[in-house]
Write a protein that binds this ligand. Sequence first.
Ligand SMILES: C[S@@+](CC[C@H](N)C(=O)[O-])C[C@H]1O[C@@H](n2cnc3c(N)ncnc32)[C@H](O)[C@@H]1O
Length: 461
Amino acid sequence: MRYFPAFMDLQGATVLLSGGGELALRKARLLLPSGARIVAFSASENSPLARELGGQVILRAGPLSDTAFAENPKLLVAATGDEAEDERAAKLGRAHGVPVNAVDMPHLCDVVIPSIVHRGDLVVGISTGGAAPVIGRRLRERLEQMLPARLGEVIRFGKERRGIVSEAIQGKGRRAFWERFYSGPAAEAVMAGDEARAESLFREELEGETPGHVHIVGAGPGDPELLTLKALRVCQEADVILHDNLVSDEILALCRRDAERIYVGKKRSDHAVPQAEIGALMVRLAREGKRVVRLKGGDPFIFGRGGEELEALQAEGISATVVPGISAALGCAANAEVPLTHRGLSQSVTFVTAEAGGGGAPDIDWASLAKLRGTIVVYMGVRRAGDVAGDLLKGGLDASTPVAVVADGTRDTERVIRADLATLGDAAAQISAPGLLIIGEVAAKAKGEDLLALASQRQAA
Ligand SMILES: C[S@@+](CC[C@H](N)C(=O)[O-])C[C@H]1O[C@@H](n2cnc3c(N)ncnc32)[C@H](O)[C@@H]1O
């Protein structure tokens, strides 16, 4: 380790920056959040630095000279991109005893400026000492994904309350309190931007209560890479995960390993736990102080009963948050290469379900839908595909309207079958997995198998 990491306090301090081009601009962007007073040399009013940050840095048109050091700078950054000029600037800096950073010239550097990830007061600097900048960049990308965007707010919230906590809790208990706080509901409320709720949850935690929290999380249509960063984070922090059959094993494998997992079913034929019991279970677990994740396929608020579950929790005063997921319509359409709206083909998209609670037909005005001439995406439509087609034909849609049936969308076992409205029932009969019907002109664009070709293959066999 040649370079020792030490963080410099630059608040209000002068930093000399030599250069006004792209290189200097990048360094200025990094330096500005520190509160440094940046004085830039060789930076004309037309330079990229002036154009983007003109109001935030002090611009001097001429090159760096001895007089600049009268400003008592704490750091000099040589970033003109001109080797000879940067070398000259670095020598000047050295002569005045000011630490130097020269971009891309490690032999001239007293200090290196690392890749930086920051969230408020949390700052992570990554350096490979110039040996492998690509590795440094990759690591930075990983950290950017891992650290919640509003983590800085949580740190600030905690910092502002350090005094109260120190007064209220002495000794070892204090550390345990902060451990709980940073992964508890008060921190979660800060991340959600609700500081009033965060304050009351914080007070409860301080009074020794351990309020639990429920995240109702959308796991997306199956491909684990379609999980949102937030969903991944809360799944990795959960004490208990309640999941149903639409959540793939690969996604469960990404959840915290020692979290308790409770399967609550939800196939048509397999209602492992009735809805009211799921609600009661979540309430009980949250009251035990657990961080509960209710993990649901797709998006919780699209035919996912997420609304009912949220209401059940709110009725019992349980703190709950909804984390959206990519709904099956979006995941399946993207994978099947069907744009749900497309200029000249479809100006609207409607999500409908083919099944009402209890397995009956829903109350849908199919004729009005047919009149829209847009895209219709039917959830839970495989079993009743023939009826759906009949209703839309009756409503005036043409029998030749393209359709696509997507089964197990975004998973390794995905199947896409293209057909038309007249043969939608036959296409749906080819599949057994959860499937989605996409109806409308855009469905002609679906990649996948063609129903007619499938039928002739079967005849030939
Ligand atoms: C109870 S709904 C849940 C929908 C979910 N909340 C969403 O936003 O995708 C279940 C239906 O969603 C559709 N579905 C869910 N995942 C799917 C997938 N990977 N491929 C095709 N359809 C899927 C099927 O129509 C299935 O019957």
